[in-house]
Structures are given as C-alpha cells and as structure tokens.
Design a protein around this ligand. Sequence first.
Ligand SMILES: Nc1ncnc2c1ncn2[C@@H]1O[C@H](COP(=O)(O)OP(=O)(O)O)[C@@H](O)[C@H]1O
Ligand SMILES: [Mg+2]
Length: 415
Amino acid sequence: MTGWGLGLADAARERELLLRIIDTISQGLAMRPLAQGVAELITDATDTDVCFVLVLDADGLGLTLMGATPPFDEAAGSIRLALGEGVSGWVAAQAEPVVLVEHKRADARYRYIPELRGEDYTSMASVPMTSRPGIPVGVLNVHTIERRDFTEIDLRLLSSIGRLLAGAVENARLHERLARREQARERFAAQTVALLEAERRRLAAEIHDGISQRIVGLSFHLSAAAEAVGTDPVFAAGQIDAAGDLAAAALDETRRAIAGLRPSVLDDLGLAAGLESLARSVGEVPVTVEVDLGEVLLPDHVETALYRIVQESLQNVVKHAAATGAVVRLRAVEDRVELEIGDDGIGFATATPRPVGAGITYGLAGMRERADLIGAELSVTSGPGGDSATGTTVRLSLPAHAASPRSPGSPDRGV
Ligand SMILES: Nc1ncnc2c1ncn2[C@@H]1O[C@H](COP(=O)(O)OP(=O)(O)O)[C@@H](O)[C@H]1O
Ligand SMILES: [Mg+2]
C-alpha cells in the first residue's frame, strides 16, 4: 500500500484519473449524476474509502451533499450544512483546505452527522471547489478508514479536480435554471391564450353586469327628469341627482375595469400610476404605494409581470387576509429591483404550495411562473394564521440587468 498512491508515486494512475474525470464532467451531466460520478472516481483512483461532493446552494448560504461513494449516495440531496458549519462549511467559507489526520472529533470545526458514519473513518482531507480564485462553488471531502498523512501533492491534486469540477457544477446549475425557465415559458405560452379569454370574459362581465346596468338606470332617471321638469321640478331634481349618482358609479366601475387591463393603463400612465390605480381598485383595504426606481427603466414585459403579481397579491389580500392595510413597495436597491407586497392580515401556512403545471395556474403558482419568466426570485413569507396576526409578504427580487438604465442622451446624462 503506497498510501494515497498518487502524485509522483503513480503518474500513470493520476493521468488515468484526470482523463476519466474530464470524461465525466464533459458529458454535460446534471448536478446529481455529475457529483455522483466524480465521487466514485475520486474514491476509486485515490485509494480512499469515501468521497463526498458538497455543492454550495444557489443562495450561497449552505452546502448540500450532491454525490457520495455508495452507500452514502443514498444521502445525496438530503444532507445540508450551513456555510461555516462543520469542516466542509469552514472550508467553503474560508476557501482553504483542511486535513485532519486523526481525532477529528477533537477539532472544534468537526460536526458529527450520523448518516455519514464519521466514526468509521480516521483521516480526512477537505478542499474547496473553486472556479475563480476565492469563490468556492462547493467542497470535496475524502475519508480513509486507516490513518493517512495527506501530502501537499495529494491536496494539490484534489484541488485541481475541485477546479475542474467547479466549472462543470456552475454549468449544471445554469443549465438547470435555463431548463426551469424553458418549462415555465412553455406553460406560459399555453396559458396565455386561456388567460386572454378569461380576461375578455371578465371584462365582458364587468361591462354587462356593472357599467351597462348603471347606464340603463341613468338614462331611465334622465328621461323621467325630462318628462317632469315642467310640471314637477322637485321630482325632476331628485331624478337628476339619482342619475348623477349612477354616472359616478359607472365611472368608478369603468376605472376598476381599466385597472384590470394591462396595456392601456401601463402604456398610458406607466407602472407607478398603474400600481396606484390597482391599489385604488381594491377598494376595501387601504393600500399604500411607494415606487422609487431611480435611474432604472424596466422593459415592458417586466412591467407587465410586476403589475400582474401586484394585482394577484392585492386580490389575495382582499379575498383572504382580513387585513386592515397593505403596502406595495417597488425599489431599485444597488444592482437589483425589489418588489414587496405586504399586508397585516391573518397569514397562512405557506409550506403546502399548490401543484404547478396542471392546466391554467393563477394565484401564487401563476405569480411564481411569471417571476421565473423574468428571471426573478419570488418568496412568500406568512405566519400560519390563527390568533396572532402576522400578515403576509410577497417579495420579488430581480437583477437590474433585466431592467435597463435610462438611455444615454437623456437630459441628466448631459451628453
Ligand atoms: N395575503 C394573504 N393572506 C392570507 N392568506 C393568503 C394570502 N394570499 C394567499 N393566501 C392563501 O393562499 C391560498 C392560495 O392563494 P392563491 O394561489 O392566490 O389562490 P386563490 O386566491 O385562488 O385561493 C389562498 O386560498 C389563501 O388561503
Ligand atoms: Mg389568489
């Protein structure tokens, strides 16, 4: 047994390992099979007993076990460490390797995870997977049953593999994100037609049941007034008053119907005014609107998506929240645009999302799809309801490059 058996001791084997790793990562695999394949290769070729591949989560706050030497592959996907937690969390946070030759448990960073049976292994080496210097995308760990003094060469090799893998992990992550967006786009295309129809029906119903009824009533009162104006001016005045009320109501309903329509309100008045008009249209609950986009100008399709998300959120506030007030905030914060719709109502348990993709999705699922389409992240925080009123907040954050700065040549650039 030559220990690690790599590096200078066994150049042919090292070359073979690198070739197989390059082979595996160039297959363009998704994250899990990629991590799994590489874990097995590393164990096999390095004379270690297990290898764990941990990948940094998209939010950068934790690490998830993505692949491992069997039988630990079963645990892939279900083990998560916070950044800084355990040896792996430390390695990811510091972007530095760690070797523990023995007495792991004596190291303050070590965290025992029963599923991974740390008691069966004596020595470990842990290296960051970095694609660019100092920016880890994950961690590679190898463990041995027998005591092993990992050498500088061992660590260099493991780090090189980590760098190779890091690029592939980033690709896999981008690919997953693209695939998700593509699916959302397909569903969205199918839904657009149905949504358009539903929108037309809604508008037809509003005109038929509301506005046109008011106008019928209005013309009735006006004719009564016209007939009575010579003989009974007091009655005529009453009729004109009633007609005035109906005209006001019809105007109100017309505004409400318009607020539900994207194109005219957004095109004529812009997003800020569109959101104001939405806020007024919900009526029962007072809604404060704060918009401060600074220099950022949003593309039309992003404005539409934001408008729809606010619309659905406010409808939810009115329908479900029993709130006394709500607030809509849209801001440019550094390089992101952030939207927030909050209420002070009863809240609900967010843990059970409705299935997405079955037929037409409205509501929260529809909001998520719209967010996905514009590359935004959407989160809903809400209390479980009950006596303690916690309220609900829908937050949306999108990179400002999805938005665009004002065009050069606008007066404030002074060009
Ligand atoms: N602001 C809110 N306050 C309280 N409950 C809410 C709120 N928004 C959503 N919910 C809850 O989440 C559920 C799902 O909402 P949604 O997907 O919009 O469907 P829908 O409004 O058609 O019921 C609602 O039925 C309600 O129970
Ligand atoms: Mg709803």
